[in-house]
Ligand binder design. Structure first.
Ligand SMILES: [Cu+2]
Length: 107
């Protein structure tokens, strides 16, 4: 029986290591009427960026090309979070307001 326990423990230990990422930072950005704040930011890979709606107009966070593609709902309050797991330059914008852009570099 004992010879079966060691491999099970080894697998459990490996799973525990994978489950706890080395970097689990969160950075916050804002959406005001009508701009992202800050306009540019640089974060480490695997940072979760949390966008917080601060104005009254509806906005969304959209990335149509780049290392990852994603889009939030169009909303007037609340927040949207995304973990950026791929390095590169992300060009974000709000599809409602031309010129409402943000650049995030993930290193
Ligand atoms: Cu907008």
């Amino acid at each position: 029986m004992k010879r079966f326990i060691a491999p099970v423990l080894a697998v459990a230990a490996a799973a525990a290591l994978v489950a706890v990422p080395a970097f689990a930072a969160t950075k916050t950005a804002g959406l005001k009427d009508n701009s992202f704040v800050p306009k540019t930011m640089t974060v480490k890979k695997n940072t979760t960026v949390k966008w917080v709606w601060k104005g009254k107009a509806p906005h969304n966070v959209t990335v149509q090309s780049g290392p990852m593609k994603f889009r939030s709902n169009t909303q007037t309050s609340g927040s949207f979070s995304k973990k950026l797991t791929k390095k590169g330059t992300y060009k974000l914008h709000c599809t409602i307001h031309p010129g409402m852009d943000q650049t995030i570099k993930v290193r």
